[in-house]
Design a protein around this ligand. Structure first.
Ligand code: SF4
Length: 102
């Protein structure tokens, strides 16, 4: 290896301290984000399980899946729909603690 090649390789690994700190902080945040997503969502669907969001088959006052922003009603307008946040079939009169008025 020529001297200039060696210098180039060494300079690659000789990053400024603030770059190393930023890289370390980024990797730490990445690790924390992964842990949160594993704990809060199904690894297959990316949605939370019903148990994780305290899903129940009855509304909470005026709050119900059918008026939640995450609810997707069934095509035929009859029966259970789906939810973009919670996995499985979702009853229109159900509720969970991710509810958000739609
Ligand atoms: S987020 Fe919860 S309340 Fe809203 S539609 Fe999904 S299951 Fe129902």
């Amino acid at each position: 290896m020529r001297r200039s090649d060696t210098d180039a390789v060494e300079s690659t690994f000789d990053a400024p301290t603030h770059t190393k700190t930023a890289r370390r902080r980024f990797l730490r945040l990445l690790g924390a984000g992964s842990a949160i997503s594993v704990a809060g969502c199904s690894s297959i669907t990316g949605k939370a399980s019903k148990a994780q969001v305290n899903y129940r088959n009855r509304p909470k006052g005026d709050q119900r899946c059918s008026n939640c922003r995450f609810y997707d009603p069934p095509e035929n307008g009859d029966g259970a729909g789906t939810c973009s946040r919670v996995e499985g079939e979702i009853a229109p009169d159900a509720w969970c603690n991710v509810y958000s008025k739609g």
